[in-house]
Design a protein around this ligand. Sequence first.
Ligand code: PEP
Ligand code: MN
Length: 457
Amino acid sequence: MSTPERSPDPVTPPAGWAPDSWRRRPALQMPQYPDPAALEAVLAELRRLPPLVTSWEILALKRQLAEAQEGRRFLLQGGDCAESFSDCESGLITNRLKVLLQMSLVLVHGLRLPVVRVGRFAGQYAKPRSADTEARGGVTLPSYRGDVINRPEFTAEARVPDPRLMVKAHARSAMTMNFVRALVDGGFADLHHPEYWNLGWMQHSSLAAEYQRMVDSIGDAVRFMETLSGTEVHNLNRVDFYTSHEALLLYYEEALTREVPRQYGWFNLGTHFPWIGMRTAALDGAHVEYLRGVRNPVAVKVGPSVQPDQLLRLIDVLNPDDEPGRLTLIHRMGAAQIAQKLPPLLEAVRREGRRVLWVCDPMHGNTESTANGFKTRRFENILAEVEQSFDLHAAAGTRLGGVHLELTGEDVTECTGGARELKDADLERAYRSTVDPRLNYEQSLEIAMAIVRKRGQ
Ligand code: PEP
Ligand code: MN
């Protein structure tokens, strides 16, 4: 990705921090493993396994995020709500990569800005739950918490947390990462060949013509530059792709937190860009404690209950030195609440002159249940939250620097609306998510086009 370099100054971990100092804080959403000795044996094994990413990739991403903070890049972060072990499969991985590449092409073309591409993949295996238990037909069992913790089948045995699943998650993450790296390095992401990213059912889409016009116009621009310079433009042959996941299962994150030669401090080498979710962002909690000491760029989800002073204290803990690229705040308010809840936060951060990257997650505040029993999100609410975000930032004198989306490259029916006007009755046709509803391929592309339209106003 880029060449190794030594940090200019020694970076000492913050006072009192160690990879395991989170264990002395209240840790929400964590499993209780029935056999502590089995847990420690797994952690010892994980600590010896090779990491999934490198410190210099992490620092390169941090520089790109710093540029996004200054308005010189736009962040596209997306992928499944939760990966599953059974979905670690070549077709699903390539299709997800294709849709992210197509969206980034739309954004690059329309915004005239380089895009930072970050997947919610290669480690997105742990889920926070609103309830600890789940009842079905008179039986109550512990909730499913993601493939790295327990199994989704509704049996008592499947729901017991199993530490061995962490070793399997590490292996599946490595396989995913390896395949993505091979595709990207092998030329799959080459801007000379956007036809590699076409998905089978795209030709039937009403968006196909608009997308094709962008591809043709980029093709013309590339050929024009190459004619001018007389050579092929090589930096278009490949793109950077980074990984992210929710740092929820802190045992796993701790085992992948390493010191590396020629760099100072500690890095989470299980992902480039860990984030903590809305339910685990308490200031004195274990998750904030863990995140404050790693040198990765980090993100926090910010929900409607967060107060301005609380947010400022969180910024103090996670980025005391105002380091560029270090901290991303992902707001997820819901279309109905954002106009009321976001401005006081933007105003407080702007007033204090704190350096953050603001990103909109228009998915998690817009989840609802349909009368026919599906968890869904309505495309018009997702779009409305993105559009309002741009306006609210403009009014506050801050900048929306990216979006965070749950999406898939498959033709699923999980969110309603969009160009095909999916109705509640369509949801049963291809509802595959075991957790949150995702944008399908076409709805994802539509959001990218809508962002371009909005920014162009
Ligand atoms: C998620 O990103 O899947 C999630 C659970 O988000 P949040 O913490 O914002 O609810
Ligand atoms: Mn989710």
